[in-house]
Design a protein around this ligand. Structure first.
Ligand SMILES: *Cc1c(COP(=O)(O)O)cnc(C)c1O
Length: 363
């Protein structure tokens, strides 16, 4: 038995142990076929069942209305940064697309969109190092725009929208990569929600896109086939060879989440995990949280120690104790504990114990 390791990596992130055990157990022989899930055709009826099952489980977990499609698309979350304006900018006569900049990925989202629309950043928290979510009032949302894009959870900093802006008839689009299925949200508030799989759903390189049907059919003439959400919806994500393994793993993660009690249950656990770390941080001056308390999410807890040397020592000793991948993003440094759905409370408690102990010895 190897020593207990808790993986706090931001993504690819840890997966639930029972899911990985099932993958291992049926890897060489998928459902008595004598071949692996990664060796069968994406058009085989056995795989089709896996795909439909994953979509159905997502719908059950979220209560997603019938007029939304669930797509699995290539290229992870970032490919969608370009795909979104290519699919949707034409909804606006001036190809106007609105963005809110609340962090690194939010910034990349509008950068990658620039070639394909009239990209306007209507609010930003860059001036305070992304330590908050700026207020979006209805008056700020130009009703002629194709959509408003937000990053609902900011992975590097740990901030999230506690509630979502009122956008009138402008569809709200959210990059939910680092928080999808971590809390209950009302999908009918959104035109589109998307997420790279590798944080709360499965392996990297593929994204899940949830899109309202009336937003399909507006794609730019020059859009590459595989970026066209309408085509993808028509072909039920099988225009070309899908990432069959990623979809299979996602289905297992969704099943795990259902068996745990669904979104209400995981939301409670996630709040308890985040509170455990933030209570500790708030109870001392030794650790300092990166974002303003009212904007804290539950998935990524970013904080600093009194000096860079202490942070290096913290990371070194944490690693030796099996607390893995706590280094903050290369753009900001410091410490970041990513505590996605699969991180058990025991992992968070092990980190909290280590933090108290480290402060006592190095405070
Ligand atoms: C991780 C992350 C991304 C990047 O995902 P890729 O699949 O690597 O493109 C984009 N947005 C957010 C909010 C993320 O957390």
């Amino acid at each position: 038995m190897s020593k207990q390791v808790y993986n706090f990596g931001a993504g690819p992130a840890m997966l639930p142990v029972p899911v990985m055990e099932q993958i291992r157990d049926e890897f060489l022989d998928f459902q008595g076929m004598g071949v692996s899930i990664i060796e069968i055709s994406h058009r085989a009826k056995q795989f089709e069942k896996v795909l439909l099952d994953a979509q159905e489980r997502f719908r059950q977990l979220t209560g997603l209305p019938d007029n939304y499609k669930i797509l699995f698309v290539h290229g992870g979350a970032r490919m969608q940064f370009a795909a979104l304006p290519l699919n949707l900018a034409n909804r606006s006569a001036g190809r106007k697309c609105l963005y809110v900049e609340t962090g690194n990925f939010a910034k990349l989202a509008n950068k990658d969109a620039k070639p394909f629309g009239d990209i306007q950043v209507i609010a930003s928290s860059a001036d305070t190092n992304y330590d908050r979510i700026p207020q979006i009032t209805p008056a700020m949302v130009d009703q002629d725009a194709a959509y408003l894009h937000i990053t609902s959870n900011n992975t590097i900093y740990g901030s999230r929208y506690q509630s979502f802006p009122e956008t009138g008839k402008v569809p709200l689009i959210a990059d939910q990569t680092s928080e999808i299925l971590s809390r209950q949200i009302d999908y009918s508030r959104f035109g589109c929600v998307y997420a790279g799989l590798q944080k709360n759903l499965g392996p990297s390189g593929t994204a899940l896109v949830v899109i309202r049907e009336d937003l399909l059919g507006h794609a730019a003439a020059e859009i590459p086939t595989l970026l066209n959400y309408e085509t993808c919806a028509k072909d039920n994500s099988l225009t070309n060879t899908a990432n069959t393994f990623a979809i299979y793993v996602t289905g297992l993660v969704l099943k795990w989440l259902q068996e745990l009690g669904g979104l209400a249950a995981i939301e409670k656990v996630n709040e308890q995990k985040a509170r455990t770390l933030y209570d500790l941080i708030d109870g001392t001056d030794y650790y300092r949280g990166v974002i303003q308390p009212e904007f804290r999410g539950t998935m990524n807890v970013s904080f600093n120690l009194p000096s860079g040397e202490l942070e290096a020592k913290f990371l070194q000793e944490a690693g030796e104790q099996g607390l893995y991948a706590l280094k903050g993003h290369r753009s900001v440094g410091g410490i970041r504990a990513s505590i996605y759905n699969a991180m058990p409370m025991a992992g968070v408690e092990a980190l909290a114990d280590f933090m108290r102990d480290f402060e006592a010895k190095n405070g």
